[in-house]
Design a protein. Structure first.
Length: 74
């Protein structure tokens, strides 16, 4: 597939595929960040509480699920 062509449909499909993949790619570092901010040894008094951790990981889960739905629908 060439990005420089007269067929712009393939370019648009490629861009939409990349947009669908970005939430999935972002989810992995976000999960590692969530684990990091829950570590009392590393974060000390700045550790996330239980409620904030649940909200954080729920948000990451929603982003990941929507990314997977985007990939499957493209």
């Amino acid at each position: 597939m060439s990005l420089v062509s007269n067929d712009y449909t393939s370019v648009i499909n490629f861009a939409l595929t990349l947009l669908s993949l970005s939430p999935v790619v972002i989810a992995l570092p976000a999960i590692f960040t969530g684990i990091l901010v829950n570590n009392k040894k590393i974060m000390g008094k700045y550790t996330y509480g239980r409620k904030r951790s649940i909200i954080y990981f729920l948000t990451i889960e929603i982003i990941l699920v929507r990314g997977i739905i985007g990939i499957l629908s493209s």
